[in-house]
Unconditional design. Sequence first.
Length: 56
Amino acid sequence: MRDFNEGGGGFKRDFGPREMHKATCSECGKECEVPFKPQSGKPVYCKDCYAKRRRF
């Protein structure tokens, strides 16, 4: 029997390794990789800039 309260109270699925896509950070201009396909007109942030934005 599974303990559904373990790990945040939900199902945890294993989808295998994520496909990463190269992108340029909209904030600092640094090359980075993201787990989604960047779309034209939408900002993409590297992990450092994303973390800074999440604090506010």
